[in-house]
Design a binder for this molecule. Structure first.
Ligand SMILES: [Zn+2]
Length: 220
């Protein structure tokens, strides 16, 4: 992948399977195979979010840093951003939202999934409790636990390791994502952030080495 593809600045590696749902061209077939297997077991496996562009991630990140979007902590409580030093504001955002250029959703290998029929009319929140025991999506969570590896998908954010909050809904296509994760580095990120900088760019640039170690290179 080129640095522009890795950071979501272009989308020529992406095939759109629905209007807003784009996957890496080599992930379309494996996803459909998994979807069909899920259907056989009674699940309607659907994607909420797949490819996301740099611009879109930049919008989310800046809105949180500018106070136009709420920032939540690991206990789902609102963070008082004003009370934090700028470095800590950035880390607070990165718990749930990737740095623009550093989202695995730029690659088209990573998807957020759910089953609309398990929600019985409730709106999807994408919060862990929905997927945990007793939550409406727990049966799908269990199915993914048992089956996603057969289709070469895995869940990089299953447990909290001090970087990104647990995201049981987030699947990654391992054969490609492992390679792309290797290709990501400080230079690739620096280049795209210099093109279209975030709010508080000086701080972000200074934190890049720790951001890459803590949030980007996550697969052991
Ligand atoms: Zn995701």
């Amino acid at each position: 992948m080129t640095p522009e593809q890795l950071t979501g600045q272009v989308q020529d590696h992406i095939e759109f399977i629905q209007e807003h749902i784009g996957l890496h061209k080599q992930v379309v077939e494996p996803f459909k195979a998994m979807q069909q297997a899920a259907a056989k077991d009674g699940f309607n496996l659907q994607i909420v979010s797949a490819f996301r562009s740099y611009e879109r991630q930049l919008g989310i990140f800046n809105a949180k840093l500018d106070g136009q979007r709420p920032v939540l902590d690991i206990n789902n409580c609102l963070v008082d951003m004003q009370s934090l030093a700028i470095e800590d504001q950035v880390h607070a955002i990165l718990l749930y939202s990737a740095l623009p250029g550093a989202s695995r959703h730029h690659w088209g290998t990573d998807i957020d999934v759910f089953d609309p029929e398990l929600l019985s009319g409730e709106k999807l929140q994408l919060e862990p409790w929905e997927y945990e025991r007793g939550g409406p999506l727990a049966p799908l969570n269990q199915w993914l636990e048992n089956h996603c590896q057969q289709f070469d998908f895995y869940r990089p954010y299953q447990t909290y390791q001090g970087g990104i909050a647990p995201e049981p809904w987030h699947l990654s296509y391992r054969p490609l994502a492992e390679v792309f994760e290797q290709q990501m580095d400080i230079d690739v990120l620096n280049q795209c952030l210099t093109n279209k900088p975030t709010t508080a760019f000086e701080t972000v640039a200074k934190l890049l080495p720790s951001i890459v170690a803590r949030y980007v290179k996550i697969t052991a």
